[in-house]
Structure formats: structure tokens, C-alpha cells
Design a protein around this ligand. Structure first.
Ligand code: SF4
Ligand code: SF4
Length: 359
């Protein structure tokens, strides 16, 4: 179902979501774009654009159009599995134990999710909602979620999603999808919830010409990518070079700071801690983000199986580009480029992967 709206129509969609959901959308904070909760339509960074490169980020004001910016620097995982999340409280009273599971039933709506981040959500779903060990905390939020996808108009210098299985028409999980035309927006309703929301607003159906224009816009995006990664036989080539001395070269530059794993929309490693009260009548189980770059991440029974930075960097890249394929049949990287922008050592996963592939 295709509809056509102007900027007032966009505002109506946003307002309608606010009636039912906690809306999360990109906004300008401390000089960067971040997803934030409980902001409003006027705080969308319309007309801004980002320049991003290795260790480089700059926001510029452009003119005329609306969705000129790119994906924010934080990701959906920040809201689905926050950096520190309480899972369980156990209380002891009069010799009896009581258990409280902190499953979050909040209804979240993400307004403006780009195709790379929808693909990343699919990747996280494959981890958290698998048939064997579905995660009830994650599932509760996912089941109550509404997603508004938006097409990018241009790629930045760090984007390479077009090589990582993110296709022009991919809209995994989106309830509605918005493509900016000239001053108007094509809205594609993709789910029952999406159709209901749009129909409620009584907006105009799109013409065949509008649908065609949106398709051409999407195709035009492809010519704006500057990065490319050849993924044919990538896994096999990386395995072939797993002992190559070049890993040491990257290891010398990497600071093991964990920035890359924190901004990555698909990194999901975590640690679980039990926090007890001194009276031993209360215990809280907390899950926190962890990172394979942390020095003790791979310590098992006091023995660290990855005690060098080189081994930790290799684990990270190999997991994204090779092991993930063995586990899930897809890449663990969606080519969003965030880790390239936020690496203080200017280590570029696309450049390093391309190099390791060819050695
Ligand atoms: S590894 Fe880097 S480019 Fe790939 S999805 Fe993660 S942050 Fe994005
Ligand atoms: S690759 Fe860059 S961002 Fe990642 S841990 Fe090393 S220095 Fe930090």
C-alpha cells in the first residue's frame, strides 16, 4: 500500500505514534546525531548532514530537503538491551525467597531507521529470538515495537552496507517505510499495524509516477557509495590468512578501547553479575555490555585465551566477517561504518578486511 504525504503528514504520523508508543527518533545532542527517547517532531535533525571518515565526524547544515542526515551514532540495541539492565531481583524474607523478573513491556516506536539498521535488527533477532534459547526480555520489547524505516539519500565516506547484504528494497521488520521525493514523501505501509496507522490519518494514495520516482531515488543512492568490499569467498580467504603476520600490524595500532563494539549495531556480548546486599537478603542480577576487546573477556579459570590486542582484534573481525557466517549463515557486519568513524586509531574494518582477503 503506497501513500503520499507532505511534511504535515510526517508530523501526523509522528504524533499518532506518540499516542501509543514511547517514540525514539534521531536528534542533535552534543554535536552528534543520537537516537533519543521522548523528544518531539521538531527535534528531528531535518536538513542536517554528516561528514564521516576514519576518526572523523562533522555535522553540516544542508538545505532544502529533510532526511539528508544518515543513521545516528547510537543504535537500536541501546534501547533493546541497554548497557546495564536489571534482569532479576531475589528477596529473602522470613526464610522465604521471592523472585521478580524485570521484563520490560514498554511499547517502543523507532521513527527513522535506515536499511542498515533494519538489517542489524534482523541480525540481533537471529541471536536473541532463536528457537533454542529465545530471550524473554528482548522478545517482550520486540513484540511491542513499531518501526518506521526511512531511505538514505546519500552514503557517507564510511558506509558500505551495499556490500554486506543490505539491499535497496530490504525493509526487515518495518511497519511503514518513508522515501523522500521532492518536498513530498512516499509512505509504504508494510504491516497490518502500518496500514492501520496510515489509514487512520486519511492520507492520499500514491500515484504510479510517485512509486516509480521513489524507486529511481533508491537506485540513485547506489552511485553515492565510495567504499566497496568484495565478499565473494570472503570467509574462506580470511580463514586462509588467519595466521598471517599482518594481524600484528593492526594489533600494534589498536588501543583495545572497545569503541567499535559499543557503536556496532550487531555486537551483543554481555556479562552477567549478581549484586548482593550486605545483609544478604537482596540479590540483583544485572546484564551489562561487554566487549571482546576487554582484557579479561576471554579469561576462563584464570587463563586468558586472548591476552594480546592482536588476538582480540582478530577475534572481532573474524567473528563479524567469517565465524558469524558459520553460526548464522550471514555476516555479523551490516556495513554501517560506525566503527570506522569512532575508532580513535583510524582502523577501518572495510580496509582491513579487504587487505586480509587479498594477502
Ligand atoms: S562492524 Fe562496524 S561497519 Fe560493521 S556493522 Fe559493526 S559498526 Fe557497522
Ligand atoms: S579497533 Fe579501534 S575502536 Fe576498536 S578497540 Fe581497537 S582502537 Fe578501539
Amino acid at each position: 500500500m503506497f501513500y503520499i504525504i507532505d511534511v504535515k503528514g510526517l508530523e501526523s504520523i509522528y504524533g499518532s505514534l506518540k499516542e501509543t508508543f514511547h517514540v525514539i527518533s534521531p536528534t542533535l545532542k552534543d554535536g552528534i546525531l543520537l537516537y533519543s527517547e521522548d523528544v518531539d517532531f521538531n527535534s528531528l535533525p531535518f536538513g542536517y548532514t554528516q561528514m564521516e571518515g576514519p576518526s572523523f565526524y562533522q555535522l553540516l547544515q544542508s538545505s532544502g530537503r529533510y532526511f539528508t542526515y544518515l543513521r545516528p551514532s547510537n543504535t537500536l540495541k541501546y534501547f533493546l538491551r541497554s548497557p546495564n539492565m536489571k534482569l532479576l531481583t531475589v528477596k529473602r524474607s522470613n526464610g522465604e525467597l521471592s523472585f521478580e523478573y524485570h521484563i520490560n513491556h514498554r511499547k517502543l516506536a523507532f521513527f527513522d531507521v535506515r536499511r542498515c539498521d533494519l538489517k542489524a535488527l534482523q541480525t540481533l533477532d537471529n541471536v536473541y529470538l532463536n528457537d533454542r534459547f529465545p530471550d524473554p526480555y528482548y522478545r517482550s520489547l520486540r513484540e511491542n515495537m513499531f518501526l518506521v524505516g526511512v531511505d538514505c539519500q546519500t552514503a557517507s565516506d564510511v558506509c558500505f552496507c551495499h556490500c554486506m547484504g543490505v539491499y535497496l528494497e530490504d525493509s526487515y521488520g518495518a511497519d511503514i517505510f518513508i522515501t523522500e521525493l521532492d518536498g513530498r514523501f512516499l509512505v509504504t505501509a508494510l504491516s497490518k499495524k502500518g496500514v492501520e496507522l496510515v489509514e487512520k490519518l486519511h492520507i492520499k494514495k500514491a500515484s504510479v509516477e510517485d512509486i516509480q520516482k521513489a524507486k529511481e531515488k533508491r537506485e540513485g543512492l547506489l552511485s553515492t557509495f565510495k567504499k566497496y568490499l568484495d565478499t565473494k569467498d570472503l570467509k574462506e580467504n580470511l580463514y586462509r590468512n588467519i595466521e598471517h603476520p599482518y594481524w600484528e600490524e593492526i594489533g600494534k595500532r589498536c588501543l583495545s578501547c572497545t569503541n567499535c563494539t559499543q557503536v556496532c549495531p550487531t555486537c551483543f556480548c554481555f556479562d552477567i553479575k549478581e549484586v548482593n546486599s550486605i545483609e544478604l537478603d537482596l540479590s540483583e542480577r544485572v546484564v551489562s555490555w561487554d566487549s571482546c576487546f576487554n582484557q579479561t573477556f576471554a579469561t576462563v579459570h584464570k587463563f586468558n585465551i586472548r591476552d594480546t590486542i592482536t588476538s582480540r582484534y582478530r577475534q572481532w573481525l573474524m567473528h563479524k566477517m567469517a565465524y558469524w557466517q558459520d553460526q548464522f549463515g550471514e555476516f555479523g557486519c551490516v556495513g554501517c561504518g560506525r566503527c570506522i568513524t569512532w575508532c580513535p586509531a583510524k582502523i577501518d574494518i572495510q580496509v582491513e578486511t579487504a587487505k586480509l582477503r587479498e594477502l
